[in-house]
Design a protein around this ligand. Structure first.
Ligand SMILES: [Zn+2]
Length: 176
């Protein structure tokens, strides 16, 4: 049994996944129907992201499933279990490409967060980039990575802009 988080109205509840599946069934029977958004990431949504979703999809419930998935089929299974109308996957591109194919067969919509790279935060300030004067807590993410050549830590500062529907991933090739 795994714990998942359900965000509905102004409440966040941590419940067993089986219980969440039962709640999802009830949500489908509610009038009006409660749209279900499945959030596949160990990172919690930003407040600005939740606000955006609520504006676009009123009365939605967000189920956060924070565990790693080994195949794209696992993601599809979860989407079906939770009867998700929308899925927000923070997963490798190969996973997402598979999900896009599945979304055409089933009736779920894939949403992608558009994060704008503002800059690399100054590393002169000693801590994590959160000391960045431009950091806005409810809409920003600072991602830490390492410059392979200089071994220096880089803090990439992103800002959430919007969610878009992911309708296709196209792989283009040319003769080699
Ligand atoms: Zn910054």
């Amino acid at each position: 049994m795994k714990k998942v988080k359900i965000l509905y109205k102004n409440e966040i509840k941590e419940v067993d996944d089986e219980f969440a599946v039962e709640m999802a069934k009830m949500a489908k029977l509610a009038l009006p129907k409660i749209p279900i958004i499945l959030w596949l990431s160990r990172h919690e949504p930003l407040p600005a992201q939740i606000q955006f979703l609520r504006q676009k999809i009123p009365h939605c419930a967000v189920i956060q499933y924070p565990y790693p998935l080994s195949t794209a089929n696992d993601a599809v299974k979860l989407i079906q279990q939770f009867q998700a109308d929308y899925v927000i996957p923070v997963l490798p591109l190969s996973f997402i490409a598979h999900l896009v194919q599945e979304s055409k067969k089933h009736s779920f919509i894939i949403l992608k967060a558009e994060m704008e790279l503002l800059h690399n935060c100054s590393t002169e300030t000693p801590f994590h980039g959160y000391s960045c004067p431009e950091y806005v807590e409810h809409m920003d993410v600072v991602m830490q990575s390492k410059d392979m050549q200089t071994e220096q830590t880089i803090y990439r500062h992103f800002r959430f802009r919007e969610f878009v529907k992911l309708v296709d991933i196209i792989i283009k090739t040319e003769p080699f």
